[in-house]
Design a protein around this ligand. Structure first.
Ligand code: HEC
Ligand code: HEC
Length: 310
Protein backbone atom coordinates (compact mmCIF):
# COMPACT_ATOMS: atom_id res chain seq x y z
CA UNK A 1 0.00 0.00 0.00
CA UNK A 2 2.72 2.38 1.05
CA UNK A 3 4.76 1.75 -2.04
CA UNK A 4 1.71 2.13 -4.26
CA UNK A 5 1.00 5.52 -2.73
CA UNK A 6 4.56 6.52 -3.24
CA UNK A 7 4.38 5.40 -6.82
CA UNK A 8 1.22 7.43 -7.42
CA UNK A 9 2.73 10.51 -5.80
CA UNK A 10 5.80 10.18 -7.98
CA UNK A 11 3.60 9.83 -11.03
CA UNK A 12 1.58 12.92 -10.24
CA UNK A 13 4.75 14.90 -9.55
CA UNK A 14 6.04 13.91 -12.94
CA UNK A 15 2.74 14.93 -14.48
CA UNK A 16 2.86 18.32 -12.73
CA UNK A 17 6.41 19.06 -13.80
CA UNK A 18 5.73 17.99 -17.34
CA UNK A 19 2.51 19.92 -17.69
CA UNK A 20 3.83 23.47 -18.12
CA UNK A 21 6.41 22.35 -20.63
CA UNK A 22 3.79 20.55 -22.66
CA UNK A 23 1.37 23.45 -22.38
CA UNK A 24 3.88 26.03 -23.55
CA UNK A 25 5.87 24.09 -26.10
CA UNK A 26 5.41 25.80 -29.44
CA UNK A 27 2.92 28.17 -27.84
CA UNK A 28 4.99 31.17 -26.78
CA UNK A 29 2.73 34.18 -26.54
CA UNK A 30 3.11 37.49 -28.32
CA UNK A 31 5.13 38.97 -25.43
CA UNK A 32 7.33 35.92 -25.05
CA UNK A 33 5.47 34.81 -21.95
CA UNK A 34 6.37 31.23 -21.11
CA UNK A 35 9.80 31.45 -22.67
CA UNK A 36 12.90 31.11 -20.50
CA UNK A 37 14.66 34.47 -20.17
CA UNK A 38 18.06 34.58 -21.81
CA UNK A 39 21.18 35.61 -19.88
CA UNK A 40 21.20 38.83 -21.90
CA UNK A 41 17.59 39.62 -20.98
CA UNK A 42 18.27 38.99 -17.30
CA UNK A 43 21.33 41.24 -17.44
CA UNK A 44 19.12 44.01 -18.82
CA UNK A 45 17.01 43.91 -15.65
CA UNK A 46 19.77 43.10 -13.20
CA UNK A 47 21.15 46.62 -12.89
CA UNK A 48 20.53 47.48 -9.26
CA UNK A 49 23.36 48.88 -7.19
CA UNK A 50 23.58 48.33 -3.46
CA UNK A 51 24.67 50.82 -0.85
CA UNK A 52 27.89 48.84 -0.34
CA UNK A 53 28.69 49.31 -4.04
CA UNK A 54 27.76 45.78 -5.09
CA UNK A 55 26.39 45.79 -8.63
CA UNK A 56 28.43 48.77 -9.83
CA UNK A 57 30.09 48.25 -13.22
CA UNK A 58 33.79 49.09 -13.72
CA UNK A 59 34.36 52.73 -14.46
CA UNK A 60 35.17 56.20 -13.22
CA UNK A 61 34.41 59.81 -13.94
CA UNK A 62 35.60 63.14 -12.60
CA UNK A 63 33.76 66.29 -11.54
CA UNK A 64 35.45 68.08 -14.47
CA UNK A 65 34.21 65.47 -16.95
CA UNK A 66 30.74 65.57 -15.41
CA UNK A 67 30.24 69.32 -15.70
CA UNK A 68 29.77 69.58 -19.51
CA UNK A 69 27.76 66.34 -19.58
CA UNK A 70 25.46 67.63 -16.86
CA UNK A 71 25.05 70.98 -18.58
CA UNK A 72 24.19 69.32 -21.89
CA UNK A 73 21.91 66.57 -20.65
CA UNK A 74 20.48 67.57 -17.26
CA UNK A 75 20.62 71.32 -16.62
CA UNK A 76 17.63 72.14 -18.82
CA UNK A 77 15.40 70.52 -16.19
CA UNK A 78 17.43 70.39 -13.01
CA UNK A 79 19.10 73.80 -13.31
CA UNK A 80 22.75 74.74 -13.91
CA UNK A 81 23.51 74.44 -10.20
CA UNK A 82 21.01 71.70 -9.40
CA UNK A 83 18.49 74.28 -8.20
CA UNK A 84 15.72 72.90 -10.45
CA UNK A 85 14.20 74.74 -13.41
CA UNK A 86 10.53 75.66 -13.05
CA UNK A 87 8.78 72.74 -11.41
CA UNK A 88 11.45 70.11 -12.20
CA UNK A 89 13.04 68.63 -9.09
CA UNK A 90 16.11 70.30 -7.59
CA UNK A 91 19.15 68.05 -7.05
CA UNK A 92 21.11 70.28 -4.68
CA UNK A 93 20.47 72.53 -1.71
CA UNK A 94 17.99 72.12 1.13
CA UNK A 95 20.64 71.47 3.80
CA UNK A 96 19.19 71.39 7.32
CA UNK A 97 15.65 71.85 5.97
CA UNK A 98 14.35 68.38 6.89
CA UNK A 99 12.89 69.47 10.22
CA UNK A 100 11.14 72.49 8.71
CA UNK A 101 7.46 72.57 7.78
CA UNK A 102 8.41 72.35 4.11
CA UNK A 103 11.58 70.28 3.95
CA UNK A 104 13.49 70.46 0.69
CA UNK A 105 14.57 66.93 -0.06
CA UNK A 106 17.47 66.81 -2.48
CA UNK A 107 20.34 64.42 -3.18
CA UNK A 108 22.50 66.33 -0.70
CA UNK A 109 19.95 67.05 2.02
CA UNK A 110 18.03 63.80 2.02
CA UNK A 111 19.48 60.84 0.12
CA UNK A 112 21.22 58.23 2.25
CA UNK A 113 23.76 56.72 -0.16
CA UNK A 114 25.65 57.69 -3.29
CA UNK A 115 24.58 54.36 -4.76
CA UNK A 116 21.01 55.71 -4.88
CA UNK A 117 22.21 58.61 -7.00
CA UNK A 118 24.23 56.42 -9.33
CA UNK A 119 21.41 53.89 -9.70
CA UNK A 120 18.72 56.53 -10.25
CA UNK A 121 20.64 58.27 -13.02
CA UNK A 122 21.74 55.01 -14.60
CA UNK A 123 18.23 53.65 -14.54
CA UNK A 124 16.01 56.61 -15.30
CA UNK A 125 17.84 59.74 -16.49
CA UNK A 126 17.92 61.84 -18.58
CA UNK A 127 14.15 61.79 -18.35
CA UNK A 128 13.54 61.73 -22.13
CA UNK A 129 16.22 59.06 -22.81
CA UNK A 130 16.63 56.68 -19.86
CA UNK A 131 19.52 54.20 -19.94
CA UNK A 132 21.24 56.09 -22.73
CA UNK A 133 24.32 56.96 -20.61
CA UNK A 134 27.51 54.88 -20.46
CA UNK A 135 28.79 53.85 -17.00
CA UNK A 136 31.62 56.37 -17.39
CA UNK A 137 29.12 59.17 -18.00
CA UNK A 138 27.02 58.12 -14.99
CA UNK A 139 30.14 58.21 -12.76
CA UNK A 140 31.12 61.63 -14.09
CA UNK A 141 27.64 63.18 -13.76
CA UNK A 142 27.20 61.66 -10.27
CA UNK A 143 30.56 63.18 -9.24
CA UNK A 144 29.41 66.56 -10.52
CA UNK A 145 26.11 66.38 -8.61
CA UNK A 146 28.05 65.50 -5.43
CA UNK A 147 30.19 68.54 -6.13
CA UNK A 148 27.09 70.75 -6.58
CA UNK A 149 26.08 69.57 -3.09
CA UNK A 150 29.49 70.50 -1.61
CA UNK A 151 30.13 66.87 -0.78
CA UNK A 152 33.36 66.50 -2.83
CA UNK A 153 36.10 68.84 -4.10
CA UNK A 154 36.38 69.98 -7.73
CA UNK A 155 39.28 67.57 -8.43
CA UNK A 156 37.35 64.53 -7.24
CA UNK A 157 37.12 61.34 -9.32
CA UNK A 158 34.29 58.92 -8.58
CA UNK A 159 35.07 55.22 -9.19
CA UNK A 160 33.36 51.89 -8.53
CA UNK A 161 35.78 51.33 -5.64
CA UNK A 162 35.40 54.64 -3.76
CA UNK A 163 31.66 55.20 -4.31
CA UNK A 164 30.45 53.28 -1.26
CA UNK A 165 32.91 55.02 1.06
CA UNK A 166 31.46 58.51 0.53
CA UNK A 167 29.21 59.34 3.47
CA UNK A 168 26.02 61.27 2.80
CA UNK A 169 24.93 63.79 5.48
CA UNK A 170 21.49 62.24 6.05
CA UNK A 171 22.53 58.56 6.11
CA UNK A 172 22.09 58.23 9.88
CA UNK A 173 18.39 59.04 9.63
CA UNK A 174 17.78 55.91 7.56
CA UNK A 175 17.76 52.58 9.29
CA UNK A 176 17.00 48.97 8.43
CA UNK A 177 13.47 48.13 9.45
CA UNK A 178 14.13 44.82 11.16
CA UNK A 179 10.69 44.34 12.68
CA UNK A 180 9.45 40.79 12.08
CA UNK A 181 6.75 40.22 9.47
CA UNK A 182 4.43 38.88 12.15
CA UNK A 183 4.52 39.69 15.83
CA UNK A 184 3.17 36.32 17.02
CA UNK A 185 5.38 33.32 17.58
CA UNK A 186 4.29 30.09 16.02
CA UNK A 187 2.57 27.62 18.33
CA UNK A 188 4.18 24.19 18.18
CA UNK A 189 2.36 22.22 20.94
CA UNK A 190 -0.95 22.28 22.86
CA UNK A 191 -2.23 24.73 20.32
CA UNK A 192 -5.76 26.08 20.08
CA UNK A 193 -8.28 24.05 18.11
CA UNK A 194 -8.29 25.98 14.81
CA UNK A 195 -12.06 25.54 14.46
CA UNK A 196 -12.50 27.54 17.68
CA UNK A 197 -10.54 30.51 16.42
CA UNK A 198 -12.80 33.41 15.47
CA UNK A 199 -11.46 35.73 12.85
CA UNK A 200 -12.58 39.25 13.67
CA UNK A 201 -12.92 41.80 10.95
CA UNK A 202 -10.12 44.15 11.91
CA UNK A 203 -11.68 47.46 10.87
CA UNK A 204 -15.08 47.14 12.49
CA UNK A 205 -14.36 44.47 15.10
CA UNK A 206 -17.27 42.35 13.84
CA UNK A 207 -17.21 38.55 13.99
CA UNK A 208 -18.43 36.53 10.98
CA UNK A 209 -21.45 35.46 13.11
CA UNK A 210 -22.42 39.05 13.80
CA UNK A 211 -21.97 39.87 10.15
CA UNK A 212 -24.28 36.97 9.18
CA UNK A 213 -26.93 38.10 11.65
CA UNK A 214 -26.77 41.64 10.34
CA UNK A 215 -27.23 40.42 6.78
CA UNK A 216 -30.18 38.25 7.78
CA UNK A 217 -31.78 41.10 9.66
CA UNK A 218 -31.33 43.43 6.73
CA UNK A 219 -32.81 40.95 4.27
CA UNK A 220 -35.89 40.12 6.39
CA UNK A 221 -36.54 43.82 6.74
CA UNK A 222 -36.90 44.29 3.04
CA UNK A 223 -38.80 41.07 2.45
CA UNK A 224 -42.41 41.85 1.55
CA UNK A 225 -45.39 39.55 2.09
CA UNK A 226 -47.06 38.00 -0.97
CA UNK A 227 -50.00 40.40 -0.65
CA UNK A 228 -47.69 43.41 -0.50
CA UNK A 229 -45.79 42.24 -3.57
CA UNK A 230 -49.16 41.93 -5.39
CA UNK A 231 -50.15 45.37 -4.20
CA UNK A 232 -47.02 47.17 -5.27
CA UNK A 233 -48.16 47.63 -8.90
CA UNK A 234 -51.54 49.03 -7.83
CA UNK A 235 -49.81 51.38 -5.42
CA UNK A 236 -47.52 52.64 -8.15
CA UNK A 237 -50.27 53.37 -10.67
CA UNK A 238 -53.08 54.58 -8.37
CA UNK A 239 -51.77 55.66 -4.97
CA UNK A 240 -48.18 56.80 -5.29
CA UNK A 241 -49.12 60.23 -6.65
CA UNK A 242 -50.42 61.25 -3.21
CA UNK A 243 -48.83 58.78 -0.77
CA UNK A 244 -45.21 58.94 -1.88
CA UNK A 245 -44.78 62.62 -1.10
CA UNK A 246 -47.74 63.24 1.24
CA UNK A 247 -49.79 65.38 -1.16
CA UNK A 248 -53.07 66.82 0.21
CA UNK A 249 -52.38 65.35 3.67
CA UNK A 250 -51.98 61.73 2.53
CA UNK A 251 -49.83 59.73 4.98
CA UNK A 252 -46.46 59.06 3.37
CA UNK A 253 -45.49 55.43 2.85
CA UNK A 254 -42.18 56.07 4.58
CA UNK A 255 -43.85 57.59 7.66
CA UNK A 256 -44.07 54.41 9.72
CA UNK A 257 -45.23 56.32 12.82
CA UNK A 258 -48.31 57.63 10.99
CA UNK A 259 -49.20 54.14 9.75
CA UNK A 260 -48.85 52.62 13.22
CA UNK A 261 -51.30 55.22 14.53
CA UNK A 262 -53.79 54.60 11.74
CA UNK A 263 -53.58 50.83 12.27
CA UNK A 264 -54.78 51.30 15.85
CA UNK A 265 -58.34 51.50 14.46
CA UNK A 266 -57.84 48.01 13.02
CA UNK A 267 -56.72 46.85 9.61
CA UNK A 268 -60.31 46.28 8.42
CA UNK A 269 -61.27 49.91 8.99
CA UNK A 270 -58.13 51.18 7.31
CA UNK A 271 -58.80 49.01 4.26
CA UNK A 272 -62.44 50.00 4.29
CA UNK A 273 -61.44 53.67 4.23
CA UNK A 274 -59.19 53.02 1.28
CA UNK A 275 -61.92 51.20 -0.64
CA UNK A 276 -64.82 53.52 0.12
CA UNK A 277 -62.91 56.71 0.72
CA UNK A 278 -63.07 58.90 3.79
CA UNK A 279 -62.47 62.39 5.04
CA UNK A 280 -60.24 62.74 8.09
CA UNK A 281 -58.38 65.54 9.88
CA UNK A 282 -55.71 65.62 7.24
CA UNK A 283 -57.75 65.69 4.06
CA UNK A 284 -59.78 63.60 1.69
CA UNK A 285 -58.96 60.06 0.66
CA UNK A 286 -60.97 59.39 -2.53
CA UNK A 287 -62.60 55.93 -2.91
CA UNK A 288 -59.97 53.52 -4.30
CA UNK A 289 -57.70 56.54 -4.76
CA UNK A 290 -59.96 57.67 -7.56
CA UNK A 291 -59.41 54.55 -9.66
CA UNK A 292 -62.77 52.82 -9.42
CA UNK A 293 -61.74 50.05 -11.84
CA UNK A 294 -59.63 48.52 -9.05
CA UNK A 295 -61.05 45.48 -7.26
CA UNK A 296 -61.38 45.58 -3.48
CA UNK A 297 -58.69 42.92 -3.31
CA UNK A 298 -56.28 45.09 -5.30
CA UNK A 299 -56.87 48.04 -2.99
CA UNK A 300 -56.39 45.82 0.06
CA UNK A 301 -53.09 44.55 -1.30
CA UNK A 302 -52.00 48.10 -2.09
CA UNK A 303 -52.69 49.05 1.55
CA UNK A 304 -50.66 46.04 2.67
CA UNK A 305 -47.78 47.24 0.52
CA UNK A 306 -48.00 50.78 1.90
CA UNK A 307 -47.80 49.43 5.45
CA UNK A 308 -44.84 47.14 4.80
CA UNK A 309 -42.73 49.13 2.34
CA UNK A 310 -39.83 51.16 3.73
C1 HEC B 1 13.22 66.64 -19.37
C2 HEC B 1 13.54 66.90 -18.02
C3 HEC B 1 14.65 66.12 -17.33
C4 HEC B 1 15.93 65.95 -17.76
C5 HEC B 1 16.57 66.45 -19.03
C6 HEC B 1 16.58 65.23 -16.72
N1 HEC B 1 15.74 64.95 -15.71
FE1 HEC B 1 16.18 64.12 -13.90
N2 HEC B 1 14.27 64.22 -13.38
C7 HEC B 1 13.24 64.71 -14.14
C8 HEC B 1 11.98 64.43 -13.49
C9 HEC B 1 10.60 64.77 -14.02
C10 HEC B 1 12.29 63.76 -12.30
C11 HEC B 1 11.30 63.20 -11.28
C12 HEC B 1 10.87 61.85 -11.74
C13 HEC B 1 9.92 61.20 -10.77
O1 HEC B 1 9.76 61.67 -9.64
O2 HEC B 1 9.33 60.18 -11.17
C14 HEC B 1 13.72 63.68 -12.26
C15 HEC B 1 14.41 63.13 -11.19
C16 HEC B 1 15.76 63.09 -11.10
C17 HEC B 1 16.48 62.68 -9.93
C18 HEC B 1 15.85 62.30 -8.60
C19 HEC B 1 15.51 63.55 -7.85
C20 HEC B 1 14.80 63.28 -6.54
O3 HEC B 1 15.10 63.96 -5.54
O4 HEC B 1 13.93 62.39 -6.49
C21 HEC B 1 17.81 62.72 -10.24
C22 HEC B 1 18.96 62.39 -9.33
C23 HEC B 1 17.90 63.14 -11.61
N3 HEC B 1 16.63 63.37 -12.10
C24 HEC B 1 19.07 63.30 -12.31
C25 HEC B 1 19.13 63.66 -13.64
C26 HEC B 1 20.34 63.68 -14.39
C27 HEC B 1 21.69 63.32 -13.85
C28 HEC B 1 20.02 64.09 -15.65
C29 HEC B 1 20.91 64.21 -16.85
C30 HEC B 1 21.64 63.02 -17.20
C31 HEC B 1 18.60 64.35 -15.67
N4 HEC B 1 18.10 64.07 -14.43
C32 HEC B 1 17.92 64.84 -16.76
C33 HEC B 1 13.37 65.38 -15.32
C34 HEC B 1 14.52 65.48 -16.05
C1 HEC C 1 -55.60 62.19 -4.34
C2 HEC C 1 -54.72 61.74 -3.31
C3 HEC C 1 -54.82 60.31 -2.86
C4 HEC C 1 -54.72 59.17 -3.62
C5 HEC C 1 -54.52 59.06 -5.13
C6 HEC C 1 -54.78 58.08 -2.70
N1 HEC C 1 -54.91 58.53 -1.43
FE1 HEC C 1 -55.05 57.41 0.26
N2 HEC C 1 -55.22 59.06 1.38
C7 HEC C 1 -55.22 60.35 0.91
C8 HEC C 1 -55.36 61.28 2.00
C9 HEC C 1 -55.38 62.79 1.92
C10 HEC C 1 -55.45 60.49 3.17
C11 HEC C 1 -55.54 60.98 4.61
C12 HEC C 1 -56.94 61.36 4.98
C13 HEC C 1 -56.95 61.80 6.42
O1 HEC C 1 -56.63 60.98 7.29
O2 HEC C 1 -57.30 62.97 6.64
C14 HEC C 1 -55.34 59.11 2.73
C15 HEC C 1 -55.37 58.04 3.59
C16 HEC C 1 -55.25 56.73 3.18
C17 HEC C 1 -55.28 55.60 4.09
C18 HEC C 1 -55.41 55.66 5.58
C19 HEC C 1 -56.83 55.35 5.96
C20 HEC C 1 -57.06 55.47 7.42
O3 HEC C 1 -57.99 54.84 7.87
O4 HEC C 1 -56.33 56.21 8.12
C21 HEC C 1 -55.12 54.49 3.33
C22 HEC C 1 -55.04 53.07 3.82
C23 HEC C 1 -55.03 54.93 1.96
N3 HEC C 1 -55.12 56.29 1.91
C24 HEC C 1 -54.83 54.05 0.89
C25 HEC C 1 -54.79 54.46 -0.42
C26 HEC C 1 -54.68 53.57 -1.52
C27 HEC C 1 -54.58 52.04 -1.40
C28 HEC C 1 -54.61 54.31 -2.63
C29 HEC C 1 -54.48 53.81 -4.05
C30 HEC C 1 -55.41 52.78 -4.47
C31 HEC C 1 -54.71 55.68 -2.23
N4 HEC C 1 -54.81 55.76 -0.87
C32 HEC C 1 -54.68 56.74 -3.10
C33 HEC C 1 -55.06 60.75 -0.41
C34 HEC C 1 -54.95 59.88 -1.49
Amino acid sequence: MFSLNKFLITLSLVAITLLPVAAFAGDIGHYGIGKTATAKEIAGWDIDVRSDGKGLPKGEGSVAQGEPLYEAKCASCHGLFGEGEGRWPPLAGGEDSLTEDRPEKTVGSYWPYVSTLWDYINRAMPFPAPQSLTPHEVYAISAYILYLNDLVEDDFVLTQSNLASIKMPNEANFYIDNRPDTSNTRCMKDCKDPSKIIIVESLRGITPEQEKEAIEEASTKTTLSAAAIEGKATYTTSCLACHDSGIAGAPMVSDKGAWAERLEQGMDTVVNHAINGFSGDKGMMPPKGGNLSLTNEQVKNAVQYMIEAE
